[in-house]
Design a protein around this ligand. Structure first.
Ligand SMILES: Cc1ncc(COP(=O)(O)O)c(C=O)c1O
Length: 455
């Protein structure tokens, strides 16, 4: 009987009533699609009672691990008194105050339900503030699934056009063709190109939006002084700089990438780790900008915004994070990264790891760095899929796209076990590398993947 028998049966049943058998397209990429019963700390248990050490953390939110008692208790206590008032409650003030205390750009905050919504609100505020329509985003950066931002988040090389002036690429059937009319796309990490582009288009741009670390594609860090240069250029041209910190917020550092790198955007969006898995997100930023929402000039609404459950979850999570030893997680992650690099060297595998202790990316590639999205297409995604599956079969759950998330619940023993498991796989003869360059192995597969992912 298959190790995934029950999940397979559930998936077949689900497909009859649930579109694609899943509730988010990105989940359909996991092979096999698993159904889960429980999660605790760094571990999850699937429907077949297989236990996994989890490095997916549900696409990142579970920075305190699965089911942290302090968060669950806070939610339970708060919910006994009510769920939603269609009005205010005190906890949302405390949550907003903690943003002001922790996040450098956060003079004011607004809460909503998802990262996609927060990004939508940020762009609307930027447009209202500047009276301009266009936004500039970067190839490979993901900002949610709404029409205007789901552009060039993972285009194939064939679609992407010239590097210096990429073609904005839609990523979903049903997206308005006009969604790209107001979007300029650039490669990330190229300050000179950014400068030249803003000289021509700066006066038309309401916002520049970026992931301050390109977590959604290969976890590429900003080049030295890149963020500072973009910050300065946006100020010169009167453009609102938006950091999308849905992944980096509360994960890279308590105050997000903006505090880690010391560069303060005008607006920033948060989600994921801010409530350890509960669906709340935040738009935070300069008072002058959020004032447009405050005075009702910009519409930001939502029936479920700051409901009791998610507000209590975020409040309890952030209270815990304020006392968390971030250094420990960085060090633990670095230990894992170094261990993986040593094993790759020992078995002659061309492996590139980029990122930080709390979130990093492993690619099979002969390149010694990826600086921008197009570099990352030169990786052997078939081999990555094989690796992810081999790990799953041995009880370690990874994301199919090569991103690894660590939580406060991971331990030294977990890292040790992970490295032993990886060695068990990579030491097999079948892992020795072919002479053929990996970059040529998989472009068609990468194309298929890029069409379906992240939607
Ligand atoms: C950087 C970034 N921005 C925005 C989003 C969208 O957030 P959500 O899935 O909560 O809508 C994501 C989701 O993965 C993300 O990684």
């Amino acid at each position: 009987m298959s190790r995934y028998q029950r999940s397979t049966e559930l998936f077949q049943r689900a497909q009859k009533s649930l579109a694609g058998g899943v509730s988010s397209n990105v989940r359909a990429l996991a092979q096999p699609p698993l159904y889960f019963r429980s999660g605790s700390g760094a571990h999850v248990v699937d429907a077949d009672e297989n236990v996994y050490l989890d490095y997916t953390l549900s696409q990142g939110p579970l920075f305190l691990g699965h089911s942290p008692p302090s968060v669950l208790d806070a939610v339970e206590r708060a919910l006994r008194n009510g769920q939603l008032y269609g009005a205010q409650h005190e906890l949302e003030i405390e949550l907003a105050e903690s943003f002001r205390r922790i996040v450098p750009c956060a003079e004011l905050a607004r809460f909503c339900n998802s990262g996609s919504e927060a990004v939508h609100a940020a762009i609307r505020v930027a447009r209202a503030h500047t009276g301009r329509d266009k936004i500039l985003k970067f190839e490979g950066h993901y900002h949610g699934w709404y029409d205007e931002t789901l552009v060039s988040s993972a285009p194939s090389l064939a679609q992407a056009g010239p590097r210096e002036a990429p073609t904005p690429v839609l990523a979903s059937g049903g997206q308005l063709a006009s969604a790209i009319d107001n979007v300029i796309v650039l490669p990330w990490n190229d300050a000179d190109l950014m400068r030249a582009t803003l000289q021509r288009h700066g006066h038309e741009l309401a916002a520049v939006i970026m992931e301050p670390v390109m977590c959604n594609n290969s976890c590429i860090p900003p080049q030295p002084l890149y963020l500072e240069t973009v910050r300065e250029l946006c100020a010169q041209h009167g453009i609102v700089l938006i950091f999308d910190e849905v992944i980096t917020g509360f994960r890279l550092a308590l105050g997000g990438a903006q505090s880690y790198f010391g560069v303060t955007p005008d607006l920033a969006t948060f989600g994921k780790a801010m409530a350890n898995g509960f669906p709340i997100a935040c738009l935070a930023g300069r008072r002058e900008l959020l004032a447009l929402i405050a005075c009702l000039e910009v519409n930001h609404s939502g029936t479920y915004n700051s409901n009791v459950m998610v507000t209590a979850a975020a409040h309890a999570t952030i209270c815990k994070l304020e006392r968390l030893d971030y250094q420990r997680i960085h060090k633990l992650g670095e230990k894992l990264i170094n261990g993986l690099r040593k094993l790759a060297a020992k078995y002659g595998l061309p492996v590139l790891i980029q990122g930080f202790g709390p979130v990093f990316h492993l690619a099979f590639t002969v390149r010694d760095s990826f600086l921008e999205y197009r570099d990352s297409l030169e990786s052997d995604s078939l081999r990555n899929s094989r690796f992810v599956r081999a790990m799953l079969d041995r009880g370690i759950r990874l994301l199919s796209r090569g991103l690894w998330y660590l939580s406060a619940a991971h331990t030294e023993a977990d890292i040790q076990l992970t490295l032993e498991t990886v060695e068990d796989i990579w030491s097999e003869q079948s892992w020795s590398y072919p002479t053929k360059k990996p970059s040529t192995l998989d472009l068609s597969e990468r194309l298929d993947e890029s069409i379906s992912r992240k939607v």
